[in-house]
Design a protein around this ligand. Sequence first.
Ligand code: UDP
Length: 473
Amino acid sequence: MHVREVMISPMALDRLQPLLLPGRSDELTATAKRGRELLEGKVVWNINSTASGGGVAEMLQTLLAYGRGVGVDTRWLVIEGDPDFFVLTKRLHNMLHGATGDAGPLGTPERAHYVSVLAGQRDDLLGRIRPEDVVLLHDPQTAGLVDLVQEAGAHAVWRCHIGSNAVTPSSEAAWAFLRPFVEKAGALVFTRPEYAPEWVPQDRLHVIAPSIDPLAVKNRDLDDRVVDRLVALAGLSTDGESEVPVTFLGRDGSSRVVRRHNDLIDGEPPPAGAPLVVQVSRWDRLKDMAGVMTAFVDHVATEHQDAHLLLVGPAVAGVSDDPEGADVLAECTDRWRRLPSKVRRRVHLVQVPMDDLDENALIVNALQRRAAIVVQKSIAEGFGLTVTEAMWKARPVVASSVGGIPDQITPDVEGILVDPLDLSACGAALRTLLGDPDLAADMGAAARTRVRSEFLGDRHLRQYVDLFETLLL
Ligand code: UDP
């Protein structure tokens, strides 16, 4: 097993500053100065288990780039695991969300395997981490590295991006497994205060919500013509006219051309101009892609005969730390095949290739922008970056009132919140917005303002520097 370093090109903060709220730009300059002085001569390591797929990888890409841009030596390491390791960590992931997951055990053999996979990467890590460095360990996959980091004389921070508001037998069992590993970390970071188990000492508990980068390929502004071209190039529109090459700047600054795809969906694409209802998610049961399909088929399709549903996820071979992906996609495909043909042609399961992450991000960006409504009908959700991404694009969102989603959306102001299990309420919310474009536009505009105020990198970087001060001053 090997540790792999993900290379990150620096990004200057001054590109971000014009997009911030008035007054925030100076504050960000001050944050950068504080961070640079505090971290001089140290490395800030981030360690997780995948360089692509999912919200953590998405955020690391940009936060680290800004860190490097202001002169902090910020680096990203990805640990390896074997299939049993990822089955176990996915179990922990589901259980921390309060779900039972695969209902497998978390006993001595599992602990031994977990420890041995991480121990296999010990020398590699100890060869890199220096005393006084700061090491941010992300999620259950890396929880078992706290000891090693402290042994190296560095500061260990464990950041948990998942959680559940309620204590359940599943979440308690997962915490019982993780507690001995993470309890001694110098800081423990959660997305919401409710996610922290009661044994986390208040003086080491930090609450930091995620953020998005408006300049990332995933979020940067695209004009409507380019959106249409991208959707056509992805093979997701019948508008052949729009199939004009699109070039864009990748995150490494190089100029790139988007490939023409014709195998992202089974069957015919939606007609150009059809109102699209879009959910973008990993193929994870807790995202409930199947529930969105049922809500659309049973409660929307008849009243809005022109609307199409796109359930968009990564090509399943591409996300190495998510062993459930292929099964969940297969279940959705099976359900889709059994739909009556008249409605089946209005539902599309889209697998976006993961071999080129910039292209993947650009396609997701275009689909979110092309959406009449973005849905995130998760059963559980740590935060829900897809919600933030859609809000930044001024899309009206219909989402479950779970996890971090209500922290982003005030009901009926920036979107519509629904009970995650109430398919009829989800359908009603979709019908309301499809039938009232003015309301949809107002919610979209309010959503963008909310993200500008709370969910961009300036707030996130400030909170990180505050946290580092508690460790280093
Ligand atoms: N994502 C993507 N391509 C896909 C599916 C998801 O780039 O095919 C991204 C999505 O845009 C978002 C992240 O993966 O940035 C998912 O983050 P979120 O917080 O919504 O959920 P998580 O996957 O972390 O549970």
